[in-house]
Design a binder for this molecule. Structure first.
Ligand code: NAD
Length: 511
């Protein structure tokens, strides 16, 4: 085990190399291409991540294919017990995982624990695989004939994950894939791969056999290799739209099942009858938590009618948030992931102002004592935003909340439905009738009613829609069981020579 993986809370030395996980062993890559993993609050280099060679990627896939031969028939109870152990180990190492996550990703320590916890819930759910994967049986579908279906694993599956949830999103994928009897090759974000590696090590400690879970690192070449290798049967991707569209096309044209959970522009509609203080608190938390780098962050507030009078209140709540390093107690907003992300977001803020939106709160270049080199942007709010402005049309993925005013609920619904994304939306109101109309008419996959970040718990599934998703099935919950299994239907009869022989039947009917 490398020092970087053993003791993430004290990591500071440059050039500690993140390992690959191939066939149950942590191995040093032989690649010539490395990238620094940088603490976004301090710019300290935490480690180097390799861009795995094609030979290393192939070795990971071959090891997964070999392991599948026995893992697919490992009893359900044995697989479930490994998940039970894994959830125990994640709980044991919660603080260590969160410290690593904050160091490499930047979110606050409590939010980092939340990231791990939302993934842990998926592992807990995976422990129920016995009942989750049951087939169905119908007796006497014809004379003496029964039909049943069973679920079988599909083979080697791959997962490609983004930087913003380095614990939760890998845990959306590999526990469900392997508990259903598949083997897995995971490619975490090259921006923050260390927390994911800690989780992979815990999976080994929990008893996942060699080759059942493999981890490779890299960028486009690694992703393309996973999407095109004939041994891989399914690809699960979470990340931006432009990469997701590429992954979906490449994986599907190579005959694989594919699911891509992608970018978003989540609108929260605020009715004038909403509980003002609690609604605005929820919106500010959902807009600026994790520095706005959540796919389900509220990014557009749609103020209906007189609710627009609350703009000064939302601005003063946002202004009160504390911007600081994620390890500092009381921090609300940490840094964004990289210098490039910061520059991009600042560019969008400048463009929003240039295009005529009102910059109610400008969070550019905040002073953060002790963290002068960090990638900080403080909460930023625009009002008077309209479709067609770049800050409306593009996913900003930073601590920038934009406000659009409309006259009626119908106008709000029309606005949300005209937006190409369909990840999440919400309505804040005291009226059941208004909420019911909204949830019925809105064309978005995940709806919150007075709930700002409506990410479903794992007994359901993540159900983004339209431009935010490609593929029919979501990454966890019941839909993941369907994604990671092939249904086989068996129609069965046992001849009993003591009964009447019905003779030759040349029709398609079962008798
Ligand atoms: P990204 O698309 O840049 O990267 C995602 C993964 O794709 C990474 O592993 C990366 O190495 C790989 N990748 C990057 N460029 C590639 C290329 N050209 N070809 C092939 N692979 C490539 O996304 P990100 O910046 O890491 O994450 C933020 C994005 O993810 C946002 O758009 C956010 O909305 C989205 N996201 C969506 C969900 C969801 O469930 N819908 C959840 C989290 C994040």
């Amino acid at each position: 085990m490398s020092a970087v993986l053993q003791n993430p809370s004290t990591i500071s030395a440059a050039h500690t190399n993140v390992k690959l996980l191939i066939n149950g062993k942590l191995v040093e890559s032989k690649t010539q291409v490395w990238k620094d993993v940088v603490n976004p609050a301090t710019q300290v280099v935490l480690a180097r991540v390799p861009f795995a060679t094609q030979d290393e990627i192939n070795a990971a896939i071959v090891s997964a294919a070999e392991a599948f031969k026995t893992w697919k028939n490992t009893p359900i109870g044995a697989r479930a017990r490994i998940m039970l152990k894994l959830q125990e180990l994640i709980r044991r190492d919660m603080k260590k995982l969160a410290a690593c996550l904050t160091a490499e990703q930047g979110k606050t320590l409590p939010d980092a624990e939340g990231d791990v916890f939302r993934g842990l819930e998926v592992v807990e759910h995976a422990c129920s695989i016995g009942t989750l994967s049951l087939g169905e049986f119908a007796e006497n579908v014809a004379g003496g004939i029964d039909t049943y279906f069973l679920r079988q694993p599909i083979g080697v599956c791959a997962g490609i994950t983004p930087f913003n949830f380095p614990a939760m999103i890998p845990l959306w994928m590999f526990p469900m894939a392997i508990v259903t009897g598949n083997t897995f090759v995971l490619k975490p974000s090259e921006q923050d791969p260390m927390t994911t590696m800690l989780l992979a090590e815990l999976a080994m400690e929990a008893g996942v056999p060699a080759g059942v879970l493999n981890v490779i690192h890299g960028g486009k070449e690694a992703v393309d290799a996973l999407c095109t290798n004939p041994a891989i049967k399914a690809v699960s991707f979470v990340g931006s739209c432009h990469v997701g569209e590429h992954v979906y096309k490449l994986a599907s044209t190579h005959g694989k099942r594919a699911q891509c959970m992608m970018g978003a522009k989540n609108h929260a509609v605020v009715m004038p009858d909403a509980s003002k203080d609690q609604s605005l608190n929820a919106l500010v938390g959902a807009g600026f938590g994790a520095a706005g780098q959540r796919c389900m962050a509220t990014s557009v507030v749609v103020m209906v009618g007189e609710a627009s009078q609350w703009i000064p209140d939302i601005v003063s709540k946002a202004k009160a948030l504390k911007v600081n390093g994620g390890t500092v107690a009381g921090t609300d907003v940490g840094p964004v992931i990289s210098k490039q992300a910061k520059t991009r977001i600042e560019g969008l803020i400048a463009q929003g102002a240039a295009e005529g939106a009102t910059l109610e709160l400008d969070g550019r270049n905040p002073v953060v004592p002790g963290y002068e080199k960090g990638n900080f942007i403080a909460p930023t709010i625009f009002s008077g935003v309209k479709p067609g402005m770049k800050i409306y049309d593009e996913e900003i993925f930073g601590p920038v909340l934009i406000i659009v005013n409309v006259d009626t609920l119908d106008d709000a619904i029309a606005l949300v439905n005209a937006n190409p994304y369909g990840n999440g939306t919400g309505i804040f109101t005291q009226s059941g009738a208004v909420a019911r109309k909204f949830q019925n008419e809105i064309d978005v996959g995940q709806v919150g009613i007075n709930v700002p970040v409506p990410v479903p718990v794992p007994y359901f599934s993540f159900t983004g829609s339209r431009g935010s998703k490609l593929g029919d099935l979501g990454p966890y919950g019941k839909q993941a069981i369907q994604f990671y299994t092939q249904v086989k239907t068996v129609t069965e009869r046992w001849f009993d020579d003591s009964l009447t022989n019905t003779g030759v039947n040349t029709t398609i009917s079962l008798k």
